[in-house]
Ligand binder design. Sequence first.
Ligand code: SF4
Length: 442
Amino acid sequence: MSEQIQESVSVATGETLVEINDLKTYYDDGAILDSNPVKAVDGVNFDIKRGETLGLVGESGCGKTTLGRTLIQLEDATDGEVLFDGTDVTELSGTELKNWRRNSQMVFQDPESSLNDRMTVGEIIREPLDVHAWNTPQERRERVRELLDVVGLRPEHYYRYPHQFSGGQRQRIGIARALALEPEFVVLDEPVSALDVSVQAQILNLLEDLQDEFGLTYLFIAHDLSVVRHICDRVAVMYLGHVMELGDSEELFDNPKNPYTHSLLSAIPEPDPTANKERITLRGTPPSPRDPPKGCPFTTRCPMKIRPEKYQNMDADLWVAIEVFREVLRERARAEKTLTEIAKEKLGMDTRFSSIGEIRTELFAELDVPSEVREHIDTAATYVANNEEAKAREYLGEEFGSICDSETPAHHVVSDTGRASTCHRHLAEYDEPDEFTPYTER
Ligand code: SF4
């Protein structure tokens, strides 16, 4: 069984360049009816070693881009530390911040929109040098020509405009601009996802060559897991603002230890169509980062969620129906009611918020529901019908909830190489995720 750790999930070998401690980035997206902030990054700990490529993966909206932007101070951290060579850059401002920024750059996802079409390629690449008043104007022009060569473009491209280039060439321009000030750390935000597959390989090779040549350290953000496996030394898997698993890339892909990583990897298409690969289909969508679950962030969708002792042997379909029922009630609590709906409700008329009977029938009518369970469902439905939805949620939580709903899991070291996974199943009293069959496998 794993050793439990509470602090960082870093692999403690090699020299650390970036250390992130309990980093949080919250923001308000201007919604009127809800004052909770969006918790895009919600307590992340890890480090990045000098010269390595750390992959950051997860579904769209999981907070990976916000995390990348916070690391290089394009977003303000709400709390926590980002230490670069021991200096907390979240505390920097003014000239200190400007000087530090030379050292950390970003390559953006979309080469079509990330370059200013009214500037020549030379001006685009030279802009950071101008902003930082780097050497003489003559030396800046020389530097741009050097950079064009480094990224595989030609000297005559200096006076052309971005629209005259293909997607791959435009990404080369973006990379040249990011390297202009000789940074040590580069955040690559989905740098190849907008490109054709054949061009993707060229850009990935270029990024690897540049890393070898200039000793760069990369944070590589991606949703394409096969690309990550190819290029990254280690991978961090993110869900709803949290890192669920972090460790050696090959090891993590070959033997995922966290239920979320397991589900994410099971969705990668298998090159061999005859291979008998288990696929896990996650139900629903991730919860709102404004209102994340209280316990484990993955608890509302986890196919390996821990059940209460007395329901260990419950039929899998019935368990899923109960989970969905609880999720529907949580969603209803979050949904913004229109003024008409509020008015109808007050007048005792039917609204989409008063159809609990229909939901119950749809979920349970075709299942064999033991009488004890049926009683609990009926009690909750009665609370809802009486406009006591919070009481219904609490009642179901007490009956069917588990540690996954109520306690945030700690990070556990799960391999000799220091891989860490955030899941209660690594505790001695539960089955390890890889010994447990997911109950929604298809
Ligand atoms: S703590 Fe529970 S809900 Fe979270 S990943 Fe582990 S088993 Fe799933």
